[in-house]
Structures are given as C-alpha cells and as structure tokens.
Design a protein. Sequence first.
Length: 551
Amino acid sequence: MPVAGTAVADAPEWWREPGRPGFAPGSALGTGFPWVLAGLARGAWGVTAPVTGIRYPALPGAPSALEPLAWCDSLEVSTGEGAGLGGYDAPLAWVRPGPGRQAAPRSRAMFHVLNGDFDLDETGLAIERGDSLRAMRVGAFSGDRGERGGLALAGAHLWGGSGTLRRGRHSFEGGYAQRGVASLLKGGEEEALRAESGWVGYGVSAGRLRAALSAARDRAVGESFLPARDVYAWSRRDAERNQVALEAGASREGRDLALRAEWSESRVRRTEGPAFDRRAKTLWVAARLAQQAREGTLEVALGAGHHDALDRWDLAPSAAYRFDVAPFSGRVVLERLLAPVWSDLAPGVAPFLQSTWVAGCEVDASAGASLDARVAFLLGTSRDRAIVSRLPLEEQWLRAGLRPDPGRYDFGLLTAAGAWRWRRASGALEGFALARDPGALQPAVDPSFGGRASAGVRFQAFGGDLDVTLRAEMEAIGPRESEAAVPRRLPGYASAGLAGEFGLGDARVTVRVRNLEDRIRPETWIDSATGREAEGVGREFRVGIAWRLFN
C-alpha cells in the first residue's frame, strides 16, 4: 500500500503514533522502544532508508536515529510477503521509498527544521543529483530534546550517502550511514549508542538474464549506565555483522525466476551486565517464481537456511497474489517468518527460533480523485514468540534479555483506512483492531484497538500564492496494562489536536497542537524515579519547515 509523504513529521517512525497498530508509549526523539506489530517485537518492521539505502534493523543499534520522513516523496508499505526470499529476520512489514521517488537531472535538496515544546530542535538536509544512469544522494540530520514526561535529555544525529552508476549492461551501487543517539531518563538510566552501516552492489544484465552480487557490513556500539541493576550498573555492548548475497534471475513471456544465496556472520559481545560473547553464521538459499495470472501476478518462493547458533535447518515458504481490477487492487499473502534469537538472552535462556505463520488479505479501492479506501487483515500464529520489555532505552530491554513465550501465540490484526476530498473539504479515518492470546510472561501492553481521524478545509490566499490547509484531528487507543510487578489496567483515551499546513512556493510550514485537553496519562513502562508508571505529557506544540531547493 502506498503512503503519501508529508512535508514534516513528528518522527520517521510514524507507525508508532497513537491510533496506529505499531503504537509505542511515549515515543519521542532519542527513545529506543522495540518496534512492535501485532504483538511481535522481533521481526516486526523493516525500513529501507531513502537516501543511504541502508536496511534497518540489521542488528539492534540506534533505532531512533532514522532518516527523516521529510526526505521521502512517498512511502510504500508491504506486509506479509517476501520472507521466502529474504530469509532469517525478514520482517512482517517493510517500509520503503515509494515508486514516485526518482533521481533529478539537476541538483535537488530538501531542508527541514522541526521545533516545539520540551526544547525539541531538529534540522536536516538531503541533496540529490543525477538520473537513471548516474545518481548521488547525501544527507545529514541532528536533533536534541529536553525533559519530556519520564524522559530526560536526548540527542541524535545521522549522516551518510549513496550512489548509483550504470554503464551499458553493468551497474554499481553503494551506500554508507553513520548514526548515534544519547538518552537519559529521570531515574538516572542513560545510554550512548553509535552505529555505522555500509553496502556495495554490482549487477549485470544480458537480455532476459541478470545477476547481482552485494556485500554489507553493520557495526553498533552501545554503552549504558543502569543504576537499578546494582553491580552491573555499567555495560558496553558491541555488535557486528558481515553479509554477502548473490542473486540471479531470468524473465520470459510474463514469467520471472529469481535465485538467491546469502551468507552472513555475526558477533555480539557484552562487558558486564552480565558479560557474554556469542557468534553466529547463517546460510540461506531461495528460489522465487513470479507469473502473470489473469488480472494479477502470482509469486511463490521457497527458502531454506541453516543457523549454527541454533544448529538446525529451516524452511520458509511464501506466496502472494497481487491483483488490479479497477476500481479495486490488493494482495493475498501467505508466508512463514523466521527470527532467530541467539544473542541478548535472559538469564538461563538458550538460543531459540521465533517461527510465525501469517496469512493475509488487503483490498484497496478508489473512486477517482475523491475517495480512497483500504481494508487489510492479517491472521497469524507464532511459536516461541520473543518476549521483549517495552522500555524507552534500547539498552534497558536488551540487558533485561529476551525469552520465549511458553505457549503458542495466535493473533488477528484488522486495519482499515479511508480518505475523501470534495472541493475544498477533506477527511480521513483509520483504525485497527488486534485480537491475540493473553501472554503468560507479559501483560497486555499493546492496545487491542485504536484509531485516528481528521477533517479539514483547504483554500488559497494572497492571489493564490499561499496554499492553506487547516485540520482538526483526533487520535485514540484502547485500554492497556502496565509492566509493573502487579500489572495495572490503564484506561483507553481519545485526544484532540489541531494542525495547519501553509505552502508558499517550494516551502511548506506545518503547525501542530496535540492533546488539546492537556491531560497527562500514564504509560506502560515503570519510571524508576517514582516506582510507578511513567507519566506522559500534556498539551504539545510543534512547528516545522520543509523547503525543497533546486540547483
């Protein structure tokens, strides 16, 4: 499903906002809550960065320092497909730059600034130049934030770039990104993370045949001070991964065959907290066949892999049928997702494999330019689901360790969205409902339902030079449970907001006020400064500027 890009967003992890199925409590700059979808905290989300081409997450490392959403012209989200070819740690949902993003023959840049309450200050610049044969992209971002609820100071930065060169049948690509995050909590917990990722690729084509070779390396270092952990207050974690992949394929008369082989080696070691040093090597081989079938395309894939930390072979089949019969389009999917958990384990826990079967259906409908609607449903079952504490610092939940759910975890996720436009008025409505088995080891920290709604009006002023959009917004989530020693039920809530977008030439200013009722609500994680559920924040004001520059 395509998702239109926005000029300025509160955070690149837009799926974590209230009312969306990946909601995380208290998400803000510098927080490292695990990425969650349908109750799965491992193998839930994957992101392809728009400028550097880096795929996150390779290994946990500075997840809150993602490239800004403002750098995307559009986004494309796919769920429940690709695991057969992708192999271990293939996510349930992929977020990628949309097809509308193309290199410009002349220099093009996006400069953005975001300021707001709690001393929020973000600045970013991305520059792109090239065409389909040669292209170069670079970008840099930095931001910091003051105290916010149970969170203290935080800062993040990112810089990197990528390039493409095509000569005849040959193509060369590569990218690099360096990022870092430093965060504090009011209880005294702190972490400093830094990570870097790089990749190179070479491809060649001859008629209907093609082949590609790629290599990637990721490295992350995290240092943390968690006073509540007594003798293990300080700790350092080093993680690295090397990966090589070879792909080949052929196309003929509406049929496409792809073969892929991937090898990787990883190492994770920790000093204190307690100390460990673990290594793992993986091998994955897969084949995929895509063929036109009536009004759509049928794609089937089968992958097999060996993970030496688990000392076992596994199979991962996947199938997807995409159709497009105006005014409807959609997908039907079925796949098995494999997420090995072998490094950051809870005390006494041996490496295990989270195995998830997912089936789903998604239907989009449109009525010209005035109405769009989408309904999607995912049904899944998971064995040895990884239980992850929903804590705001990455080092907190990594040091606590992951453990398998002793029972089978069944879930069903329903999402629906619609948008309409009529003359100068517009509206949007989206929501989700999650049905799942209660966990024996973890409270119901994820809400069972939520939604977002907006209604607005658009007009022009000053002879058409100023484009104005004003919106009233509402976001809501259902009841949850806290992660206290004795879990407490947290009631659901609905919160109102206002937003305004002002476009002048290639510049766009966004003003947003959230939580108009100015109510402070508890979060699910426990603030060690008080020993109780952390407090959220009241009314919040933000203003951002996104300015597209040419030459």
